[in-house]
Design a protein around this ligand. Structure first.
Ligand SMILES: [Zn+2]
Ligand SMILES: [Zn+2]
Length: 320
């Protein structure tokens, strides 16, 4: 067995043990610890051979919560030994395809599984989520007709800035962020959400995709763990200039503004963590070449200029 395979097996086994322990602990009324699992750490839209697209699971007692459902989420759940049937709550940060591309497969597989744990699933997300899920369900109709049981019931709850809901004893609060700051499409500006999960043992904030945002800073105030997106804008812009030497100034400036105002540069991620006063920071949602050891060392240094707590860069299936 290669070192990588051995590591993966150990990680999977330890996660399984954690999941079992959470359930057992809950059943016995013992204290339990929440676990945040990074299922996918790669930003879209380009598929990556070693990283799946954005998806995460918050394991708490017997109610795992799926947070974003990027392409490959169902497979990543299987690698993490988390049964699809065990998930009854899904939170979607925004409707960009890298955060929703795995939902069709996730719902379809859940329907076909039909295990004893299968029951109503509630999908939370920004305005537009109901139309998206209804459309997916409609597209499943011909396949679902062959199923021995009815497709699982589902409910969609659309959230907006300041919404708060509870999933068991987990309080979930959301704010709108700045990911669509430069919106130039037709129709109303879409909404992108960041989430705060207040659990009995700790608080976790997930930025989703965002640029610098006072709303997110306030949401993350005092959190134990901040899971933040990151955009290595300098590297990405260098790559853009290298790969498209004839790029127009207008297009270059548009991309630069998108990277630095609708995503978080390392400096901005460090400032967010510092201003919010969080205890630990995990970076995810890597674009382009992000992930090389020398690059991570450089980015960690930049973030550390502002934020002095724990800084970790996630890889797929990492647990925090
Ligand atoms: Zn994204
Ligand atoms: Zn996005």
């Amino acid at each position: 067995m290669s070192t990588l395979k051995a590591k993966t097996k150990t990680a999977s086994l330890s996660l399984l043990c954690a999941l079992v322990a959470l359930g057992c602990g809950a059943a016995r009324g013992q204290s339990a610890k929440s676990v945040w699992v990074e299922l996918g750490t790669q930003a879209g839209p380009i598929p990556n051979p070693t990283r799946s697209e954005p998806a995460h699971v918050l394991l708490w007692r017997d109610q795992p919560i799926l947070v974003d459902v990027g392409d490959g989420a169902a497979e990543q759940l299987a690698k993490a030994h988390i049964p699809i049937d065990s998930i009854h709550a899904v939170f979607i940060s925004h409707l960009h395809f890298d955060h929703t591309g795995g939902l069709f497969a996730f719902l379809g597989m859940r329907d076909q599984g039909g295990g004893p744990g299968r029951k109503l699933i509630t999908i939370y997300g920004p305005p537009g989520t109901k139309a998206m899920v209804d459309g997916l369900r409609s597209a499943m109709q011909s396949g679902s007709a062959l199923l021995p049981q009815k497709p699982s019931d589902y409910k969609v709850v659309e959230l907006s800035d300041g919404s708060s809901v509870s999933v068991g004893d987990v309080k979930v609060t959301t704010v709108s962020n700045s990911h669509y700051l430069l919106w130039r499409g037709s129709g109303a500006q879409p909404v992108s959400l960041s989430y705060r999960f207040d659990l009995p043992d700790r608080s976790i904030v997930y930025t989703g995709d965002t640029g610098p945002s006072a709303n997110v800073e306030k949401l993350a105030h005092g959190a134990d763990l901040l899971v933040s997106e990151i955009m290595d804008a300098d590297t990405a812009l260098d790559e853009l200039k290298r790969d498209r030497p004839g790029i127009s100034k207008v297009t270059y400036n548009f991309v630069r503004d998108h990277f630095t105002k609708e995503h978080l540069t390392p400096n901005q991620a460090g400032l967010l963590a510092a201003h919010a006063g969080v205890r630990a920071l995990v970076l995810t949602h890597f674009g382009g070449a992000t992930g090389y050891p020398d690059q991570i060392a450089r980015l960690t240094k930049v973030i550390g200029e502002n934020f002095h707590g724990s800084i970790r860069f996630a890889t797929d299936l990492d647990q925090f």
